[in-house]
Ligand binder design. Structure first.
Ligand code: CO
Length: 149
């Protein structure tokens, strides 16, 4: 278990494309564990692997109810729209309002390599969409409709 260093805006790793995890190994699970520790240590509600310098499609989310571990996640359907203020551990001291789907259906692998599908909505759905953007090198500031002063 370790607290990893968070990469900040300007680090090219945040703008790089990630690779699918081809085989889930002990290293993958160790990465998940360290990302979870880091997310909690930094009071984040989500963390994606590029934020700790790893270009793999791995992310974790916990908005206060459930810990969600995502490996090769995909949003397979979405509905509704909502606007809400977001921030990001990689973009300190900045908040902005972002429009995202209100409800999503997610397909992902769990740490045992089993494919699971689940539906979620509201803040948890938003956090997942934010983390999935990180896997494509997209930051919330790219989507902000109004920068909060
Ligand atoms: Co972020």
């Amino acid at each position: 278990m370790a607290i990893l260093q968070i990469r900040k805006l300007g680090d090219p790793v945040l703008r790089s494309r990630t690779k699918e995890v081809e085989k889930i190994t002990e290293k993958t699970n160790e990465l998940l564990d360290n990302m979870i520790d880091t997310m909690y240590a930094k009071d984040g509600v989500g963390l994606a692997a590029p934020q700790v310098g790893i270009l793999q499609r791995v992310a974790v989310v916990n908005v206060g109810e459930n810990l969600i571990e995502l490996i090769n996640p995909e949003i397979i359907s979405e509905s509704g729209k909502s606007i809400m203020e977001e921030g990001c551990l990689s973009v300190p001291n900045e908040l902005g309002e972002v429009i995202r789907a209100e409800k999503i259906k997610v397909k992902t692998l769990n740490r045992e390599g089993k494919e699971i599908t689940f539906e979620t909505e509201n803040f948890e759905a938003r956090a997942i969409q934010h983390e999935l953007d990180h896997l494509d090198g997209v930051l919330f500031i790219d989507k902000t409709v109004k920068i909060m002063e």
